[in-house]
Every structure is written in structure tokens, then in C-alpha cells.
Ligand binder design. Structure first.
Ligand code: CA2
Length: 145
């Protein structure tokens, strides 16, 4: 059976490509999604790509991924720095969890240096812009292959 990797995106990432291109690049989330699917197909895995502005919805999806998927890639966006609930949901997962950020959060404001997601993550990819999504899927495929 083809391994399924859940790729979750948190609040405001639906606005990618419309503002702050110097930090987040010019690509839209739809374009990133298409490239992520293409990379997954080349690697022989399946991707379930989602975005929500709602913390509770992200928790529900993580609980779904915990039983239905082989790994979770998550760019929790602003919730990275605030959400104990998302961390708890990820810590309940017995599958690899890859934390992903477009920007290098450690080169930015102090409040972005702490991540609740890191406390539940198998590994972290940050600072590679939209290419990070392909890197994350590659890392996940390697872990579950
Ligand atoms: O670098 C990342 O991927 C972040 O997860 C992005 C979050 C930020 O809060 C994290 O510290 C780092 C912000 C996502 C919001 O993205 C926007 C994109 C375009 C316009 C407005 C917001």
C-alpha cells in the first residue's frame, strides 16, 4: 500500500504569495501544493495537503493523521510559538513528525525562537523557502520507507 504523508499548514499560509515576499517568497500555497504532490509521486508516496486558520481543526487533523498516515509534516505557522494543544496532539502520534518553516525562525524575532512543535518533532526543516516542502516530503518518505 502507498504510504500517505499528511502535510499540514497553519494560519495565514493561505495568504502566501500576496504579502511579505522578502520573507516568505512569491509562490502561492496552491503552487507549493502542486510541487509537493509532484515530488511525492516521484518518491512513490501519497500526500494529503491541508491548510487551516483554526487551531482546533489542526488538532483534529493531527488526530486523523495519527491513525491514517505514515508521517506528518507540519508548518504550524504562528501556532508554532503558542500552541500547547497542537504539541500535545503531535506528542500523541507514534509516527514521524517533521516540523517545517519557510523562513529560518532562529534568524528572526526572539519570540519565534521557541517552538512548541519542536518538542514533538522528529526533525526540523527551516529556512529553505518553499523548497522546504519537497525536502520535508523526501525526509518523511525516507523515514517511512
Ligand atoms: O517561516 C514559516 O514558515 C513560519 O511558520 C510562517 C509563520 C510565522 O508566524 C512563523 O514564525 C514562521 C507566518 C505565516 C504567515 O504567512 C503569511 C504569508 C503571506 C502573507 C501573510 C502571512
Amino acid at each position: 500500500m502507498t504510504a500517505k504523508i499528511m502535510v499540514l499548514n497553519g494560519p495565514n499560509l493561505n495568504l502566501l504569495g500576496t504579502r511579505e515576499p522578502e520573507i516568505y517568497g512569491t509562490e502561492t500555497l496552491a503552487s507549493i501544493e502542486a510541487k509537493t504532490h509532484a515530488r511525492a509521486a516521484a518518491l512513490g508516496v501519497e500526500v494529503d495537503f491541508r491548510q487551516s486558520n483554526d487551531e482546533g481543526e489542526l488538532v483534529t487533523w493531527i488526530q486523523e493523521g495519527r491513525t491514517d498516515c505514515a508521517a506528518i509534516v507540519i508548518n504550524a505557522a504562528g501556532y508554532t510559538h503558542t500552541s500547547v494543544a497542537i504539541m500535545d496532539a503531535l506528542q500523541a502520534c507514534d509516527i514521524p513528525v517533521i516540523e517545517l518553516h519557510l523562513s529560518n525562525i532562529h534568524r528572526r524575532e526572539e519570540f519565534r525562537h521557541h517552538s512548541y512543535i519542536s518538542l514533538a518533532a522528529t526533525g526540523i526543516i527551516c529556512g529553505f523557502g518553499s523548497h522546504g516542502y519537497e525536502v520535508a516530503v523526501e525526509a518523511a518518505a525516507k523515514l517511512v520507507g
